[in-house]
Design a protein around this ligand. Structure first.
Ligand SMILES: N[C@@H](CCC(=O)N[C@@H](CS)C(=O)NCC(=O)O)C(=O)O
Length: 210
């Protein structure tokens, strides 16, 4: 019997990234939509003690953290070809940019959005250094080829593409031509389009919508 895959999300959240990944994977999954108070129930806190979405359960395995979920799904469904296998030279770049986007990029964007400044001269203490350094490194990553980990699209492109796309949409990342080209390339994939349609339909169906 195959393990049931359950996706806990809210259609306006980072869950949109996991939806995209799930659509890339193509395995059947069941969605549980949790709106904000429902994320703090004892039942959901047992899945994610942070009380945040997204999360997945796959049989008895619980995974939280969007980037970790993307990496887990790529490994759990290798037939989808969304991760360079261990031993493949592209595995290094795959890990590198996935973790870079979940750590330094996320921190740089959050700090910038809230107006938190790294005190001058203290960049060596901040894991992301400075926003400008993060943006330049990211531009390098998406300019070296079509995808961030070698010649093939991977789960790292789902996560990096979504982070840059989201950042540009909310003016947290400047619209550099290299970012726009990369985001256009990855976000026109059929799975990305399908994922947006599913979540946009869920938003439209919400009682407060319209
Ligand atoms: N580090 C987490 C962040 C998840 C997160 O912040 N989720 C937000 C929505 S995008 C949330 O659930 N907020 C509700 C709350 O904190 O009550 C990840 O990458 O998955």
């Amino acid at each position: 019997m195959t393990a049931e895959l359950v996706f806990y999300t809210s259609p306006m959240s980072r869950g949109r990234i996991v939806r995209w990944m799930l659509e890339e994977v193509g395995a059947p999954y069941r969605t549980e939509v949790l709106e904000f108070p429902a994320m703090k129930t004892a039942r959901y806190l047992a899945i994610n003690p942070m009380g945040k979405v997204p999360a997945i359960t796959h049989g008895g395995t619980v995974v939280t953290e969007t980037a970790a979920i993307c990496a887990y799904l790529a490994d759990a469904f290798p037939q989808a070809g969304l991760a360079p296998p261990p031993g493949d030279a592209a595995r290094g770049a795959y890990y590198r940019w996935l973790f870079f986007a979940a750590g330094p990029v996320e921190a740089a964007i959050t700090n910038k959005s809230f107006g938190f400044e790294v005190p001058a001269g203290r960049e060596i203490m901040a894991g992301f250094g400075s926003f400008a350094a993060v943006a330049d490194a990211l531009e390098n990553a998406v300019s070296a080829g079509d995808y961030v980990a070698g010649h093939r699209f991977t789960a790292a492109d789902v996560y990096v593409g979504a982070q840059i796309g989201w950042g540009m949409q909310f003016n947290a990342i400047e619209k550099r031509p290299a970012f726009e080209r990369y985001v256009a390339r990855v976000s026109e994939r059929p799975a990305a389009v399908r994922a947006r349609e599913i979540d946009d339909a869920l938003i439209a169906a919400q009682p407060s919508a319209g």
